[in-house]
Design a binder for this molecule. Structure first.
Ligand SMILES: [Zn+2]
Ligand SMILES: [Zn+2]
Length: 352
């Protein structure tokens, strides 16, 4: 991978000139961490470089005690023989891309990113570079996100409709990022909002950062009783179908994910509704980023790597190829069984 200043190794993406790993999946001496999702943040490293918000997530979520060099987005740091800076990725609170400059060449590692607006994090910033390593979680033309206004209109209508029928509304959303985005988007005047403990744990960094979120209560028995038939409950997907859910019956359920744009996943989820809310770039967002970066070489990781790199090569004439990593996509930090099985999503060439 001579064209990128990082190369995949057993432990993660290694940057020789800076002597650091970027988002390693195994403990290493020095790690630059793009954001706090579990497939990008490994505890046990000797030291870390991360944005201040990601640093606070690393401490709360993983109990990381190792020194974290907090690097504000846009600030440069000499690391080894390289110059390293972080730039907003628009994915979740604190998420950044990593820009590495060495030997007269610039590489940008996007980490996870989204180009659509999100009130819970700093907007994505396109960074010019010679070589780009982009994710491709939703790198098929079939993925095109609706506007937030349309999606949250639908969420609010569904919640209001459930209240009229005396039913609770449960939204499954990943506890870091997606859950807070849902909170920020709903109309809190409809009824009380309860959150699962895993979601509640991840609210502090958002409050610290001054992100406006509606008032919530922990979804304990008492709170469930008091708000019966009116509440919106936000829980991680791992709570679906567990006894934890019983205190909210009768309820309607929904899943908030980019995968909801694909036919078939709804049934697999066994939820009543699917809302297309993703924290990753859609097809247009990915293409736009690649083109605006001006990169002469594009490495593709994290998703539809083969399909997306082939499109860049064949249709846009950009030198591109897949780069093998272990990042998991929109399952992120939850357990393996939250991953949408590959048979549920369109295979190569299946989308148009
Ligand atoms: Zn992520
Ligand atoms: Zn990821």
């Amino acid at each position: 991978m001579a064209k990128l200043l990082v190369e995949p190794t057993e432990k993660g993406l290694w940057c020789e000139s800076a002597c650091v790993h970027v988002d390693p999946w195994r403990p290493v001496e020095a790690a630059v961490v793009t954001h706090g999702h579990a497939d990008h943040a490994t505890p046990g490293c000797g030291r870390y470089i991360a944005s201040p918000e990601t640093a606070s997530i690393l401490r709360i979520r993983y109990g990381i005690k190792a020194p974290i060099d907090e690097l504000a987005p846009g600030e440069f740091r000499d690391v080894g023989s390289a110059r390293v800076s972080l730039h907003p990725a628009g994915h979740i609170l604190g998420s950044t891309q990593v820009r590495i400059e060495a030997s007269g060449s610039v590489t940008v590692v996007t980490g996870d990113y989204k180009t659509d607006p999100d009130p819970t994090c700093t907007p994505f910033e396109c960074v010019e570079c010679d070589a780009l390593l982009t994710e491709s979680t939703f790198g098929l033309p079939a993925f095109k996100w609706p506007s937030d206004a349309d999606v949250f209109d639908a969420v609010n209508r569904w919640w209001r409709g459930n209240v009229e029928q005396g039913m609770n509304s449960v939204v499954f959303a990943y506890s870091l990022g997606k859950a807070q985005r849902v909170l920020a988007g709903v109309d809190a005047s409809i009824g009380p909002i309860l959150v699962h403990g895993a979601v509640d744990n991840m609210l502090a960094p958002y409050h610290e950062a001054g992100i406006g979120l509606p008032e919530t209560r922990k979804a304990l028995v008492e709170a469930a009783k008091e708000s019966a038939g009116r509440a919106l409950i936000i829980a991680p997907p791992s709570a679906a179908g567990t006894p934890w859910m019983r205190k909210f019956t009768p309820c309607s359920t929904a899943f908030a994910s980019g995968w909801m744009a694909v036919r078939g996943t709804r049934r697999w989820r066994a939820v009543d509704r699917g809302f297309v809310i993703s924290d990753h770039a859609d097809w247009d967002g990915l293409l736009d980023t690649v083109q605006r970066s001006g990169a002469k070489f594009v490495g593709v990781t994290h998703g539809y790597t083969r399909q997306f790199s082939r499109y860049l090569r064949d249709e846009l004439g950009i030198d591109a190829e897949p780069v093998a990593t272990r990042y998991s996509g929109e399952g992120e930090s939850e357990s393996e069984d939250e991953q949408v099985p590959s048979k549920q999503v369109p295979a190569s060439g299946g989308a148009s």
